[in-house]
Design a protein around this ligand. Sequence first.
Ligand SMILES: NC(=O)C1=CN([C@@H]2O[C@H](COP(=O)(O)OP(=O)(O)OC[C@H]3O[C@@H](n4cnc5c(N)ncnc54)[C@H](OP(=O)(O)O)[C@@H]3O)[C@@H](O)[C@H]2O)C=CC1
Ligand SMILES: CCCCCCCCCCCCCCCC(=O)[C@@H](N)CO
Length: 339
Amino acid sequence: MGFFSKGNHFPVDSRTVVVTGGSQGMGRGLAKVLAKKGANVVIVARDVRKLQAAVEYISAAAASPQTQRFHYISADLTNPSESVRMLEEVTAWNNGQLPDVVWANAGTARPGLFVDIPIETLRAQMDANYWTATYLAHATLNCWLKPASAFPAAERPTTALPRHFIITSSSLAFCGIAGYSAYSPAKAALRSLSDSLRSELNLYAGARRAKSGSAATAPPADIKIHSVFPGTILSPGHAAEEQTKHPVTRVLEEGDPAQTEDEVATVAVRELEKGRYLISTQFLGSAMRASALQGSPRNNWFVDTVFSWGTSIAWLFIGPDMEGKVYKWGKENGMPNAQ
Ligand SMILES: NC(=O)C1=CN([C@@H]2O[C@H](COP(=O)(O)OP(=O)(O)OC[C@H]3O[C@@H](n4cnc5c(N)ncnc54)[C@H](OP(=O)(O)O)[C@@H]3O)[C@@H](O)[C@H]2O)C=CC1
Ligand SMILES: CCCCCCCCCCCCCCCC(=O)[C@@H](N)CO
């Protein structure tokens, strides 16, 4: 479990990392931090011009510019076959080796009042946030776990470093607020996906160490799942979501401290290095995480347990206060859209 284990649980030096949504915002911040730590990075998004500009920006941060490699792939990850194609291309570019780390970071929020959001947008938000990550998890884990896949068989070093599949969710996975009804459910579902995959991957970790001969077909490395739950990030995506955000949503999130792409990326990677599983990136996010731990592994059993008692009391006050803010908005401004 690594309860007391020290050391870096997320070494990326000389390893190959895929970051989706790496052309801007948090994904670009992540790619830059990983480049500084010596990783080869492939960023994935749709817009080629933004990808080209981002590769230039990210490669300028490389620790060893002579040896580190950077690449971009344009793909619309709402299409499941694009995740498969993208991983094939990454593997070919990476001298036939599968990537060591895949970070499902692409996502988009379309805030607004539920009744005003067209059904197509409700579905598109699941596509953009839940399905992009789930398709990528399916494609990646198939490559990593199935020796009979279309990918070249990896070597089986006895001391292989674990591979990591990381999901960017949102602190809104822990708390539903007015104006994010199209987005939060997708991010909450990703937390459930993380917990489910984390449980399931124990099967393969066990199989790798099986006494029977089946260990020969077991994957070359253990696989770790993690999810990151940022609060507000000052990104191009955030600027766009401000356009459709109802003012009451701004009231509810006004206490949430905004982070830059570099800040959120630095904290996320630092927490991965500590071996964290559910990762919040600032204090309010940590409080929201502690209040919604369910059966998920704790970062620190003592701190998280006491923190969860505290948040359980805090919610008795914060919950009614937040309900009251929305009610007051309605009382003061009347029917939405009727002004
Ligand atoms: N901004 C915020 O306040 C918060 C954001 N988050 C989450 O963090 C992640 C990053 O957000 P943020 O930093 O705002 O990033 P942005 O919204 O600014 O950028 C999104 C990135 O994802 C790419 N992308 C979007 N859709 C697709 C698609 N269908 N296929 C491939 N790539 C796609 C975009 O490129 P292109 O459009 O060219 O495809 C871009 O690179 C998202 O998952 C978001 O939900 C979580 C908490 C808060
Ligand atoms: C004890 C716990 C108290 C909890 C109080 C909760 C207060 C609500 C804060 C909402 C923060 C929303 C950040 C959203 C980021 C995001 O994902 C979007 N911007 C999409 O990009």
